[in-house]
Unconditional design. Structure first.
Lengths: 516, 295, 316
């Protein structure tokens, strides 16, 4: 109960104290009322994002993650916080950049085609050629050694990257893929226990349990491949209020997209229960170094923003305050950071640094990607900084425009609100905006050219050891090029048909794995 | 048709007094229209003086007042950041009224000019202009707005441009439709025969007899325009927070509509009052311009 | 008249070409990146640049335009959606069925409820009936569609449980709330316009004459007044129909209906170029056809307009 109060405590400050505990906890807040659920053989899931093309070799657009693990299996998957084999039985290192992957020899897809090593090669080659899964660019070649063993050769590999790459590409048989008229865009045939029986684009996707899942040894079935239900219907409901209404009328049984303001409607209410899972996607603020060349100025802003206000105004208090641009959901996150001081709101320090920087009444342009949450976040920042005479002019853009200006050489912005998350390591998130090698213009996204930053980042990426991670973290914090703000908590609300909700590492529902 | 011709003579006789003066005189006798006008003027005054008369600072957040319902201290309640909704509506009238009225005005003026030309001249002009309108109308408004913002940049002028473009084709089509029915009537031919200039024919004979549908559609459309202004903020046009604006207040309150309905109700009411007043005024204006109701 | 229609149909070729070039140019100058929404937020700048190159987005304007026009007008292929991986044309048609149902139903409501309301208001000018129906009409145009939609859901779905909250899975029941919510503003506009043009006509001499002849109120109203008041009403209906076939984004979003509006707006947001350009062309064609139909109906309703269409030809 302590933890329940935690989340809904208006005094968010208490959250910090419990931060590290909470991050690893999954909470079921109300005990399901014991009304026996009828059958439990059917479940309807409400999702907000439209998955679009559900073919195997598509980019990770918004909406896709919601259906990914129900539709496909991969060589390895992330089960909870660690990677486990799914199709892969063994992964044997040959040398640093070469690995032999052995798959089970009795895998069959939904149409009965046996899955062999040549299908693995086919999938990786096709995915690479599609350009939709750019992370696969480091896969030099996939060689078929025998019916069930392939040899992966990589051009470069950082710590933890192997597992990510083996999860990146959904696997299907070549026979089934080539038999599909639309490259499985609407009618995939995979090795998953669930087969798509109808896909009405933009509206519903229905999956049925084939009853012929290949993996007969239950101990070897990862959470993502579990199949505790006979029929799964995904309903696409873009409107926040309507998602709530659909759950209230029980048109859907479970949703991970209930707005935090409404989550209380399902908490401690008969017939419903709520599960809250912290997300690793963290909001952070990037300084444009051309404008914020003075470190005092950056720190003035950092201390002037009250992240507790942000958590309250943008997330109804249900959010985690960040200590980096990621949180302890990442395996390479150093737990000790949670105990350290970060840029907690401090009016005196903010004023001090501002005076040191010698600017008065400046106006800065803050660019952000429009969403209800982001609008509330930037409004809070604006209102907080107003107290120090700092004016913030907002530049909102929709997703496509934001993406366009974010990496552009000519900065239209002085401050940028961005967000980052990864299926793998925290270094992946750092790298997105801070690795100069990833930018067309050769600077960081915030136009920083700092060789020490770059070398510390490369060291951290090479082995993700706590020492190297900490070195980079401390340097970034000290230099204040970017500051983490908050991470959301995924709110899962469900009817009591669902006895226990299970999610993937991204906080998306795994309807096959839920208990009914 | 004889009466129309006769009225027309009346119009010619009173020319010295000015058609505009006559219309205004008749309008001033219409009580309903005057009520609409007075409320509109009050709203505009409220907008102009809002920086000095709002009870609270429109941007002042307050943790304690989040989602507070209407009370003596905050008659319209507070929003999700604890900002006073009454103050935000008062201040928001500046952006909303300015954008709404100006873009409607721009759209109407351009629409009426094009509409009367194509309606009057017909033939090739009509065909070519209407086909161009077909082309423009096929392009989604959202895209046009993005293109405007990309090509011309942000700013209030471009926002008005983006908002008004959508209204032009409808005005043209409505006006053209009614002119088609009037332009072959005897009094128009008569006016042409006595060598009235084209301009005069259009201004004093054709427009007054065909403008009614445009007035109706303009006064009805204003609410929609105010709402649309909110959707432009996504592409960098429109008004940015913390400056309040009615359409944006409504869309911000949308997610909370079942929990805290006051977030939507009050800005919604504000828009409704404007639409109502303009319609009362528009009705009066139409009656005042109708030559058949002269006496 | 037939020559007029034929000529107008021929005109559609340059209009379509114009739409294609205009929409292509707009998409060309519109900033925004399809690669971003295809690869998702975890793609790096370099990866995005590679995807853009692959999509052919870095080619010069004239090359891309040529390619697009060739594909569209010579091969009659609208392309494949970036996001859905399926043909744009079939995607549009699949979604058009829902949009069509809503559009037709709403238009029917608008015409058969709005028009009588307007006539009643006009014949009781300044009376109680007039005031009530006009007040309703004003409320109708000022209520935002999403507000009405969500209120209807709250009453009829959440509280009464009669109708589904969203989706299209329940047949006709799925469409009742969206249609009612969507048609409210249309009904209001229709009533206002009908009233306004009826008032105009009722005051004219020939109606006074007809009344003076002792014709019944009914005959005067439906035989003499209504036909002469029809022009603005037809314009409104035609325009409304054209707009509605383009889909109503707000309603489709609230009710999770996979209609044309959401298809197009999502495509605009994601810069799914084939869908945007293909969709605009198809909708533009439909719109032009409706406008042609409107002009033809004008001619049938008002012989003077017909004379103008044909007269022009005679003179020149």
């Amino acid at each position: 109960m302590v933890h329940k109060n935690m989340f809904f405590e208006r005094k968010v400050s208490r959250m910090k104290k419990f931060l590290s505990i909470v991050l690893t906890l999954i909470m079921v807040l109300s005990v399901a009322s014991l009304a026996a659920a009828d059958q439990g053989s059917e479940v309807t899931v409400g999702i907000a994002g439209d998955p679009g093309n559900i073919g195997p070799f598509q980019g990770m657009g918004l909406g896709r993650i919601g259906i990914l693990f129900t539709t496909y299996e991969m060589l390895m998957v992330k089960d909870g916080d660690s990677y486990v084999g799914c199709l892969a039985k063994n992964v044997t290192p040959v040398d640093d950049l070469t690995y032999d992957v052995e798959i089970y020899d009795y895998i069959k897809d939904q149409e009965g085609n046996p899955l062999t090593a040549s299908d693995i090669k086919f999938c990786y080659d096709t995915a690479q050629a599609s350009g939709n899964l750019p992370k696969l660019a480091v896969v030099d070649s996939v060689e078929v050694l025998s019916d069930y063993v392939c040899r992966f050769t990589f051009s470069a590999l950082s710590a933890g990257q192997l597992e990510e790459l083996l999860m990146e590409c959904p696997i299907v048989t070549q026979a089934a893929y080539e038999a599909s008229a639309d490259q499985m865009a609407t009618d995939p045939v995979s090795t998953s226990a669930f087969h798509v029986t109808s896909y009405q684009t933009g509206s519903t996707i229905v999956y049925e349990n084939t009853g012929k899942y290949w993996q007969t040894d239950d101990a070897l079935v990862p959470t993502t491949s579990k199949h505790n239900v006979d029929k799964i219907t995904f309903k696409i409901i873009p409107d926040t209020v309507q998602m709530v209404n659909a759950l209230k009328t029980k048109e859907i049984d479970i949703s991970a997209a209930i707005d935090s303001a409404y989550i209380k409607d399902f908490m401690d209410v008969d017939g419903y229960s709520v599960t809250q899972i912290p997300d690793n996607v963290t909001k952070y603020l990037i300084f444009n170094n051309n404008v914020f060349g003075d470190i005092n100025l950056r720190k003035a802003i950092a201390y002037g923003i009250d992240t507790e206000d942000i958590a309250l105004f943008a997330y109804d208090g249900v959010a985690l305050l960040a200590k980096d641009i990621g949180n302890s959901k990442y395996p390479d996150y150093v737990a000790a950071w949670d105990e350290e001081e970060y840029y907690e709101y401090d009016a005196d320090k903010a004023q001090e640094y501002l005076t040191a920087a010698g600017v008065s009444n400046p106006t800065y342009r803050l660019m952000y990607n429009v969403s209800d949450q982001n609008t509330a976040i930037v409004s809070t920042i604006q209102s907080d900084l107003m107290d120090f005479g700092i004016n913030i002019e907002l530049i909102p853009y929709d997703n496509a425009l934001f993406g366009n200006y974010k990496y552009s050489e000519n900065s239209e912005w002085d401050l940028m609100l961005d967000e980052g998350g990864s299926s793998g390591l925290l270094t992946n998130v750092w790298k997105l905006t801070l690795d100069r090698r990833d930018q067309v213009h050769g600077k960081t996204v915030g136009y920083v050219v700092d060789d020490q930053l770059q070398s510390l980042l490369e060291a951290a990426m090479a082995d993700n050891s706590p020492e190297n991670m900490d070195a980079f973290h401390q340097y970034l914090k000290e230099q204040c090029y970017e500051i983490g703000l908050v991470a959301a908590v995924n709110n899962l609300a469900h009817t009591t048909i669902v006895k226990a909700a299970k999610t993937c590492f991204r906080g998306q529902i795994l309807p096959g794995a839920c208990e009914y | 048709m004889s009466s129309a011709v006769k009225e027309n003579h009346v119009g010619v006789r009173n020319r010295r007094q000015g058609q505009f003066g006559q219309v205004m005189h008749r309008l001033s006798k219409n009580k309903v229209a005057m009520v609409g006008l007075v409320i509109m003027i009050l709203l505009i005054l409220m907008a102009v003086f809002s920086p000095w008369i709002t009870p609270y600072d429109y941007a002042k957040t307050s943790k304690a007042d989040r989602y507070a319902g209407p009370s003596a201290a905050h008659p319209f309640g507070c929003d999700g950041m604890g900002r006073d909704i009454l103050s935000r509506i008062m201040y928001g009238a500046r952006a909303s009224l300015w954008l709404g009225l100006m873009s409607t005005l721009v759209a109407t003026v351009i629409g009426v000019v094009i509409g009367s030309l194509v309606g009057y001249y017909g033939g090739k002009v009509d065909n070519i202009v209407m086909r161009i309108l077909d082309i423009i109308q096929a392009i989604p408004g959202m895209l046009l707005s993005i293109a405007i913002s990309a090509a011309l940049g942000s700013g209030i002028g471009n926002t008005i441009l983006a908002l008004s473009i959508g209204g032009i084709p409808m005005t043209v089509r409505l006006l053209r439709g009614s002119i088609l029915t009037v332009r072959k009537q005897e009094y128009i031919e008569a006016a042409e025969k006595i060598n009235c200039s084209r301009f005069r024919v259009i201004m004093s004979h054709i427009l007054p007899n065909s403008i009614a549908p445009v007035i109706v559609s303009v006064t009805m459309g204003i609410g929609n325009t105010i709402l649309q202004a909110a959707s432009l903020s996504y592409i960098g046009l429109g008004v940015q927070p913390p400056t309040p604006e009615w359409g944006a207040m409504l869309s911000e309150g949308k997610a909370m509509i079942t929990k805290y309905p006051h977030l939507c109700i009050f800005p919604g009411l504000a828009i409704m009052v404007v639409v109502l007043c303009l319609n009362m005024l528009g009705d009066g204006l139409r009656d005042a311009m109708d030559p058949k109701l002269k006496n | 008249m037939i020559r007029y229609v034929g000529k107008r149909l021929l005109w559609m070729i340059p209009v379509m070409l114009g739409i294609a070039i205009l929409i292509f140019s707009i998409m060309y100058i519109c900033p925004g990146d399809p690669a971003q929404s295809l690869l998702g937020p975890s793609a790096t700048a370099v990866e995005l640049a590679a995807k853009r190159e692959e999509l052919g987005l870095n080619d010069p304007y004239i090359v891309r335009l040529g390619r697009y026009l060739y594909q569209t007008f010579i091969r009659f292929d609208l392309g494949t959606s970036y996001k859905f991986g399926t043909s744009v044309f079939s995607g549009l048609m699949e979604r058009m069925q829902y949009t069509l149902v809503i559009a037709l139903f709403c238009m029917a409501l608008q015409v058969f409820v709005g028009t009588p309301l307007g006539i009643v208001a006009a014949t009781h000018h300044n009376g109680v009936a007039d005031r009530i129906s006009m007040f309703l009409a004003l409320v109708g145009v000022s209520i935002p569609a999403f507000w009405l939609a969500l209120m209807l859901v709250l009453i009829f779905s959440v509280n009464l449980g009669w109708l589904p909250t969203s989706g299209v899975a329940n047949g006709i029941a799925s469409f009742i709330l969206p249609c009612v919510a969507n048609s409210f503003a249309g009904i209001a506009a229709q009533a206002r316009h009908t009233r306004s043009s009826m008032l105009e006509v009722i005051r004219s001499d020939y109606i006074i004459t007809a009344k003076a002849k002792g014709l019944s109120q009914r005959t005067v109203l439906f035989k003499h007044a209504l036909p002469n008041a029809l022009i603005p009403i037809i314009t409104i209906v035609g325009n409304g129909m054209g707009m509605m076939l383009g889909g109503t984004v707000i309603i489709e979003n609230v009710f999770a209906i996979p209609g044309v509006g959401r298809y197009m707006t999502d495509a605009i947001t994601a810069r799914d170029y084939p869908v945007v350009m293909g969709g605009v062309l198809v909708l533009g064609l439909i719109f032009s056809l409706i406008m042609l139909l409107v002009d033809i109906i004008y001619a049938f309703v008002d012989p003077r307009i017909k004379a103008q269409y044909e007269g022009r030809k005679g003179k020149k």
